[in-house]
Design a protein around this ligand. Structure first.
Ligand code: ADP
Length: 444
């Protein structure tokens, strides 16, 4: 494939497109995954902070009497609470149901309406400035670079007078660390995955191009073979005409030349006709006509038609019709006629004098079976798969002598396929060959 620039370029382009598309999809998925992870961490944290803040708010507000003054009962909720201006050595163990403040990173701060710290508890970040926030949620950055998630809430006294603010928060350092790891994994994983995608794309593009390349090569081979077959009779006609146009040529020379021209012309028109038939069958893919064809009549007619040729070659040509009722298939009678005729012609051509050719006709439940059996030269097993290829001849010299261009079996196979049938060969060199055609029976 690499020797043909167009295929190489197309493969490169295909691989590039595939790798590019996969790369974009993969990158988007990685970004989405990263964002989803970050969101799920933060939303879980928000949920916990909010529920703690809500519980405290409900419990504390009932005990708040004077704005900015925290009652001792607050310690029942937050054992580690330290009120500004009092000794913080005291830590109650009375009520620990909000033990979240003993967990990593949580803190609580009470701030007066004027913005002064009243009390704090938990793992209070000392480098996080105190400020009154208007929005309930904040993500703050301390001077040492640590991030904090904080929820701010205004508290009121029992008389509904604004008391001050409560801020509940938690350090995001473990989540940040987790996200740094995730970023690192994605940064290493993405290029590795991209490299694998590029290699896979190149291989996949190669696989996708293979059938196109094979059919391109077959087309090139077909064109070369067809040109070669056409050139031979044209060269023969040219050579004969040149010798006849010589002033010394006699009437007999001219007569011989005309005979040669006629012979070569017949060969040319047969070849062109065969090529046209093949290309029509290729284009159609199935038999255009769907008439009922009686195979008993077809086989009998063909054997009768070829009996003169067989007799001339001293070959016995007989039928062996093993059915009592007529067998019919749907299709193009002319094409089916051509199919069996090609096999009988070959059988006669490749069977030495004194040999036998038998045309069998059988049926099973769903199929009609036509077999053309000969006692001829046979086909070596390594050639049996190739004889159906266009222009393929086992023994070129001999086949050319018989006038064959190597298209007879290719046409037979194309006709069988157009009729949804199969064709097979069994052959032994110097013993003979059996060509078997199976065709689906017409449904009555
Ligand atoms: P051709 O026009 O050369 O006969 P075909 O396509 O009909 O081309 O056959 C391809 C080749 O298969 C022939 O060249 C011949 O070598 C071989 N072949 C076909 N039929 C027979 C047969 N009945 N016995 C032996 N060889 C055969």
């Amino acid at each position: 494939m690499k020797h043909h620039q167009i295929f190489h370029t197309t493969r490169l382009r295909l691989a590039g497109l595939y790798a590019g598309t996969m790369g974009v999809i993969l990158t988007l998925c990685a970004i989405a995954f990263y964002e989803a992870m970050a969101y799920s961490h933060v939303s879980e944290l928000n949920h916990r902070i909010e529920s703690v803040a809500g519980t405290l708010h409900d419990g504390l507000e009932a005990s708040l009497q004077k704005p900015g003054k925290l009652e001792p009962v607050a310690r029942k909720f937050i054992p580690s609470l330290c009120v500004v201006g009092t000794s913080c050595a005291y830590r109650s163990t009375a009520l620990h149901y909000l033990g979240v403040f003993q967990e990593n990173g949580y803190y609580i701060r009470f701030i007066s309406l004027s913005g002064h710290l009243i009390a704090d508890g938990g793992q209070v970040p000392h480098n996080l400035p105190i400020q009154i926030e208007t929005e309930p949620w904040q993500t703050l950055r301390a001077s040492d670079g640590t991030h904090y998630r904080q929820f701010s809430l205004m508290l009121k006294t029992v008389n509904q007078v604004p008391w001050g603010y409560m801020q509940v928060g938690r350090s995001l350092s473990d989540i940040d660390e987790h996200m740094v790891w995730l970023r690192l994994i994605l940064l290493i994983g993405l290029p590795t995955a991209m490299l694998l995608i590029v290699i896979a794309s190149w291989w996949l593009a190669g696989q996708a191009m293979k059938p196109v390349y094979i059919s391109y090569c077959q087309m090139q081979q077909f064109t070369a073979d067809a040109a070669h077959e056409l050139r031979t009779p044209i060269a023969a006609i040219q050579a004969n005409l040149e010798s006849t146009l010589n002033p010394e040529a006699t009437d007999e020379d001219a007569w011989n030349t005309l005979h040669t021209v006629e012979r070569q012309n017949n060969r040319l028109s047969r070849l062109v006709h065969d090529l046209l038939l093949l290309s029509r069958l290729d284009l159609q893919g199935f038999s255009a006509k769907q008439e009922s064809c009686n195979l008993n009549d077809l086989v009998s007619d063909l054997v009768e038609e070829f009996s003169a040729l067989a007799m001339a070659s001293d070959i016995s040509l007989t039928t062996n019709i093993q059915v009592t009722t007529p067998i019919s298939v749907l299709g193009d009678e002319g094409q089916l006629y051509r199919l069996v005729a090609n096999l009988i012609t070959n059988a006669i051509q490749y069977t030495p004098a004194g040999g036998k050719v038998i045309v069998h006709l059988k049926r099973d439940d769903h199929q009609a079976l036509i077999q053309v059996q000969d006692t001829g030269i046979g086909i070596p097993s390594q050639e049996q798969t190739r004889i159906f290829d266009r222009f393929y001849r086992v023994n070129s010299d001999r086949s050319r002598h018989t006038g064959g261009a190597g298209l007879g079996l290719a046409i037979a196979q194309a006709i069988v396929q157009a009729h949804q049938g199969t064709i097979q060969v069994q052959s032994e060199p110097n013993q003979g060959s059996i060509f078997s055609i199976c065709l689906p029976l017409k449904n009555d």
